[in-house]
Design a protein around this ligand. Structure first.
Ligand code: NAD
Ligand code: IPM
Ligand code: MN
Length: 358
């Protein structure tokens, strides 16, 4: 059966990095992979075209697709749009609507890029961490939220953090299963010393751990985890954490490998239907200049084949092609060291395609 992919380029560099991922899909299709794709709108592009960041047309196409490939959404063009119609709300809405609660963010170091990392080589060589971020709960979705008056009559803004038992249980199970397939070490990151939400999170993770006696569970406060990630990152294997802590820690972890432009992600539902996207944003500061690194998006295509299409061979082929172009010395600006020749988004995509064709 042909796999149907919905492509949502989004805004600013989202469209640029997606164009390179499409070149990769074209090569795979020409080589016999049974895939087909259509394009849709999400974020600012959807607001411009259809007046809503997650319009019904996208919702319908997303539900029908076998997998979704997303660029990035948001940017200054939409700063004045009402909050509920902001591009980022479209991204949150599609995650929630499709139940994409398990966000896999693998922070790996390609040895070829060891010099691009701000950390010393011995701290990061062979690093391979999997951050599992819960994606459909937490302070991102908690109600009530908004504006109100304090008892003293001051204006205030507020959000609500919460996690329910089923929400914590299911992400914890995904994390323990992932740890089982790796080094059987799981670190749950929270702020249990301060937050009731975290205290509950920790209790539930400990309960779930009873079903996984073969996995060594540890707990760490998020502030310490942020520090340990740069102090001694190789102490971690699988990290499981909530939505907001996972958002922040994964951007931090991306730099261990040299650049946020290298870190892909998968957001999965209970059946491994997934949306795949680089973890970076729409990078308005470099948009339209052929500067963005498309490799995080291309590596997201690799994750799509692995998790949604159960095709590890193609996934490995794409990852090997990325490794090869790095070996060949191809560098966009974000992963270049001094003296390196810098190439553009399109040239990097072409280099990957050339390896895949060879
Ligand atoms: P960002 O990730 O877009 O950019 C942060 C920095 O990293 C910038 O200097 C940027 O140039 C650089 N960068 C990001 N991706 C890169 C790439 N592929 N190659 C080279 N350099 C890259 O974060 P931001 O500036 O805080 O946010 C910009 C917009 O993106 C905001 O509107 C934000 O809400 C949105 N955003 C969207 C997503 C998403 O769609 N998943 C994720 C994060 C931020
Ligand atoms: C990400 C982004 C999003 C998030 C924003 C744009 C809503 O930062 O995908 O990491 O916070 O989840
Ligand atoms: Mn983020």
């Amino acid at each position: 059966m042909t796999k149907k992919i919905l492509i949502l380029p989004g805004d600013y560099i989202g469209t640029e990095v997606l164009a390179e991922a499409v070149k990769v899909l074209e090569v795979l299709k020409a080589g016999g992979e049974k895939i087909a794709w259509t394009f849709g709108h999400l974020g600012g592009a959807a607001y411009d075209a259809e007046g809503h960041p997650y319009p019904p047309s996208t919702q319908k196409a997303a539900r029908e697709a076998d997998a979704i490939l997303l660029g990035a959404v948001g940017g200054p063009k939409y700063d004045e749009v009402p909050r509920e119609l902001r591009p980022e709300r479209g991204l949150l809405a599609i995650r929630k609507d499709l139940g994409l609660f398990a966000n896999l963010r693998p922070a790996r170091v390609f040895e070829e890029l060891a010099d691009a990392s701000p950390l010393k080589k011995e701290l990061i060589s062979n690093l391979d961490i999997l951050i599992l971020r819960e994606l459909t709960g937490d302070i991102y979705f908690g109600q009530p939220r908004g504006r109100r008056k304090t008892a003293e009559g001051h204006d205030e803004g507020f959000d609500t953090m919460h996690y329910s038992r089923p929400e914590v249980e299911r992400i914890a199970r995904v994390a323990f299963e992932a740890a089982r397939k790796r080094s059987r070490k799981l670190c749950s990151v929270d702020k249990e010393n301060v937050l009731d939400t975290s205290r509950f999170w920790r209790e539930v993770v400990i309960e779930v751990s009873k079903d996984y006696p073969d996995v060594e569970l540890s707990h760490m406060y998020v502030d310490n985890a942020a520090m340990q990630l740069v102090r001694r990152p190789k102490q971690f294997d699988v990290i499981v954490t909530g939505n907001i802590f996972g958002d922040i820690l994964s951007d931090e972890a991306s730099m261990l490998g040299g650049s946020i432009g290298m870190l892909p992600s998968a957001s999965l539902d209970v059946n491994n239907k997934g949306m795949y996207e680089p973890i970076h944003g729409s990078a308005p500061d470099i948009a339209g200049q052929n500067k963005a690194n498309p490799l995080a998006t291309i590596l997201s295509v690799a994750m799509m084949f692995k998790y949604s299409f159960d095709n590890a061979a193609v996934s490995d082929r794409i990852e090997a092609a990325v490794k090869k172009v790095l070996q060949q010395g191809h560098r966009t600006g974000d992963i270049a060291s001094s003296g390196d020749k810098v190439i553009g988004t399109r040239e990097m995509g072409d280099a990957v395609v050339a390896v895949l064709r060879a």
